[in-house]
Design a protein around this ligand. Structure first.
Ligand code: SAH
Length: 271
């Protein structure tokens, strides 16, 4: 059947509305930002691409500020609705996928991907009513993300640049990422759908699990108490790849609790 101009316009409107819904699920998280102007320019970069959720983790810049508002131009509404958190934990509540942007390819053994692919993967998370938010982290102007922050991420994301000069201004990095997210959101064919019965738990639950896992491995004397972090880094990578859902998480926590009881010589209740 031939598509009329009206059909086409209706389809475009539908695609745009779906894209807007998906982009509304993406949080841009700026960590310890030093320059208020960068916060404003990031808000503008987001709004032109249809993103709306700006999260600030302990900004070093005074916020709100006249400089931020000036550089936001017509995007001051994003500054008004921006959420300010004392720590990263608060910004990640409700997020099932966490991406960390980095100017340098790190020597850390972390999965790293180009921004274009990262945008497609991020958007795939936003399909369906059960889906959660995606967080994309941006580091400090002077030295990026800390190793600890990077460990909270499922993936590291890199914007391809001149190899001799690879560090973008913070707000410009937000612009490139937001643009790629918009392009991915508008391209319906690039969106893969996850199995319907699988909804990974959020980053806060994952963190509680890692704390419980570390404590249990100490209790059963598997971890070296002087150097627990190295093995924990490998285990984080393993479980971040698996991304357990609520049911799987309950099983894992149950196993840890049973191992802890056993280590204490407490008979507990056998399942
Ligand atoms: N000197 C810092 C760069 C900080 S730039 C460093 O070497 O890590 C501020 C932030 O902008 C970075 O933390 C990152 O979030 C983002 N950024 C800058 N350039 C980038 C690039 N090429 N790819 C991905 N993110 C980048």
């Amino acid at each position: 059947m031939k598509q009329t101009l009206d059909d086409r316009a209706a389809q475009d409107t539908r695609t745009a509305a779906q894209a807007a819904e998906r982009l509304a699920r993406v949080r841009i998280v700026l960590i310890h930002t030093t320059h208020p102007g960068n916060i404003g320019a990031a808000a503008r970069a987001m709004k032109v691409m249809g993103l709306s959720q700006l999260h600030l983790v302990a900004p070093e810049a005074t916020f709100p500020s006249a400089d931020a508002t000036a550089l936001a131009s017509g995007a001051a509404d994003l500054l008004h609705t921006a959420k300010v958190h004392d720590d990263l934990e608060g910004a990640l509540e409700g997020c099932r996928l966490v991406m960390g942007t980095s100017a340098r390819l790190r020597s850390l053994s972390m999965p790293q991907m180009d921004v274009r692919r990262a945008a497609v993967e991020s958007l795939a998370e936003t399909v369906g009513e059960e889906s959660g938010d995606v967080a994309i982290l941006f580091g400090r102007e002077a030295w990026g993300l800390t190793n600890e922050e990077i460990q909270r991420c499922h993936q590291l994301v890199h914007i391809e640049t001149n190899p001799d000069f690879g560090s973008l201004n913070l707000a410009q990095a937000v612009q490139v990422v937001s643009y790629e997210l918009r392009m991915a959101a508008l391209d319906d064919t690039s969106i893969e759908r996850a199995p319907l019965d699988w909804a990974p738990v959020d980053a806060v639950q994952m963190e509680r699990f890692y704390e419980h896992l570390e404590q249990t491995l100490l209790d059963i004397r598997f971890l070296n108490p002087d150097q627990p972090k190295r093995l924990m880094m490998r285990l984080r990578r393993l479980f971040n790849r698996a991304r357990p859902d609520q049911n799987e998480m309950n099983i894992l926590r149950g196993i840890l609790a049973a191992a802890q009881r056993e280590a204490k010589g407490d008979p507990g209740d056998h399942r």
